[in-house]
Design a binder for this molecule. Structure first.
Ligand SMILES: [Zn+2]
Length: 476
């Protein structure tokens, strides 16, 4: 029998507000355990939560970027359960009236575009962190994470493959990073993806029983886990077995999922409205002001740059991967640089230097304006492209302006035909064999001569003039 996969994603995004969602404690990830705590996030009886306004602002911006409807009236609810990571015995979340709902995100897989429906995006607080590695058979609880602001983004079951899941996660992360609502740091748990996966015979309307895969450390790991889970479920069904609704973990070493626990249904949490918090009322003016504050989003930026630069979709994709990269590229172009040239240097030599130094473009000592100046020096013939690579390396090291480096190192291109002629004459005199070969019809030796002249001038001779001078002398 032929099966198809049905996948929905839930992503928890830690928002980068300065303080926690219901108290004034810092959200600094690197603080020592249990130092960013207060009666509210420790769950002391009688402590009263207050909703962080910035959390509502950033969550609304994310919702707008995902084409969601923003609720005019939304509220917080208590999700009741007992666990050491939740001292209050309930988590404050949003149940039936989320802040954002009914949106979509366009993804692209192998050139095919598809909309993934966004069911909802709701605000909630993170739980504390249980640590089972402190030794001596003991576990610890770090309440620094309790009350960290989370936005949970839930999709419709529109995803049908691990490739689509990967594309969705990548696009979502890119949008959130463009919006600057989260640092999107996966190692620090700022983005946590869960996938609900089921399979059904092709053409069948009803969903199969789903399993949930969570706590995977990377998007590529999530995609692999989904791929594995689809195959596993199909095999179970083909062998006459039944899928059990459960949470499954991902073993990255063995490349397989494994059963963790059977899943609670929503009613087990006995949700009810949080009585200590007022509802969030969003009016048109507030929503409009947030709409106006949205930056140009990745898809719009890609379309505009493809149009205005004539670069390939692939190049534009690389250049807009992050907002910082796209800003850098556009600044270089604003200085008058040619788009293709700018793209080649940023994606080629500069990226190579950045990767080798494990640096982000934001931290590079080479400013966009300086890179544009370097390209101008090539354009007006002051230096050759080859010398420019050397200059860029020096710029990357020192942060000096290209003109200063060219002057300090005496790298100005030799365009004086008299000087080049003299070198050409000497090279020809020293290599009579190759001269004979050229005269015998072997045009290729011209490359040898060019190489010799460049070597003699430390790469500073203008290659075009060298070529002309060589041919003139050889043909004389
Ligand atoms: Zn607190």
């Amino acid at each position: 029998m032929e099966y198809e996969a049905v996948i929905g994603m839930e992503v928890h995004v830690q928002m980068n507000t300065r303080s926690k969602v219901f108290c004034g404690c810092s959200t600094n990830f690197h603080a020592p355990p249990n130092t960013n705590v207060c009666p509210v996030c420790l769950g002391m009886p009688g402590a009263m939560p207050v909703l962080n306004r910035e959390m509502v602002t950033k969550s609304t911006m994310a919702g707008l970027a995902l084409n969601c409807t923003i609720s005019r009236w939304s509220k917080q609810d208590r999700k009741n359960y007992f666990y050491p990571d939740q001292a209050k015995n309930y988590q404050i979340s949003q149940y039936d009236l989320p802040l954002c709902h009914d949106g979509n995100l366009e993804i692209e897989v192998n050139g095919v575009k598809k909309d993934i429906g966004i069911t909802r995006a709701h605000m909630e607080e993170d739980t504390a962190r249980n640590t089972h590695t402190i030794g001596g058979g003991q576990s610890g609880v770090d309440f620094n994470r309790a009350g960290m602001p989370l936005l949970e983004i839930v999709t419709e079951p529109d995803i049908t493959s691990s490739d689509e899941a990967f594309a969705y996660l990548t696009s979502l992360k890119q949008i959130l990073a463009y919006l600057n609502v989260s640092d999107c740091n996966m190692e620090e748990g700022s983005l946590r993806a869960e996938a609900n996966i089921s399979v059904r015979p092709k053409g069948q309307k009803e969903f199969g029983t789903k399993t949930e895969v969570k706590n995977v450390a990377s998007f590529s790991g999530t995609a692999k886990a989904i791929e594995y889970e689809i195959k596993r479920q199909i095999k179970v069904l083909n062998d006459g077995g039944e899928i059990i609704q459960e949470t499954r973990g991902w073993d990255a070493d063995k490349n397989r999922t494994f059963s963790q626990r059977q899943k609670e249904s929503a009613h087990d949490y006995r949700y009810f409205p949080e009585p200590d918090l007022v509802p969030v009322v969003m009016d048109d003016a507030w929503e409009q002001s947030l709409k106006d504050s949205l930056p140009e989003l990745p898809a719009a930026r890609r379309a505009r740059l493809e149009d205005s630069t004539g670069l390939s979709p692939y190049d534009v994709q690389v250049l807009t991967a992050t907002k910082a990269m796209a800003d850098y590229f556009e600044t270089v172009m604003d200085q008058g640089a040619d788009a293709k040239q700018a793209a080649n240097w940023i994606m080629g030599d500069l990226q190579k230097l950045l990767s080798a130094a494990d640096q982000d473009i934001m931290d590079a000592k080479v400013s966009a304006v300086d890179l544009a100046d370097l390209l101008a020096l090539i354009e007006d013939g002051t230096i050759s492209g080859k010398i420019a690579k050397e200059v860029l390396e020096a710029m990357f090291e020192t942060g000096d302006a290209p003109k200063k480096i060219v002057e300090d190192k005496g790298l100005v291109q030799i365009t004086d035909t008299g000087a080049i002629d003299a070198v050409v004459e000497e090279i020809l005199a020293n290599n009579p064999t190759q001269v004979e070969q050229y005269k015998g019809g072997n045009e290729k030796v011209i490359g040898f001569f060019v190489g010799q002249v460049m070597k003699a001038t430390q790469g500073k001779a203008n290659p075009k003039i060298v070529n002309e001078a060589l041919r003139a002398a050889l043909n004389a």
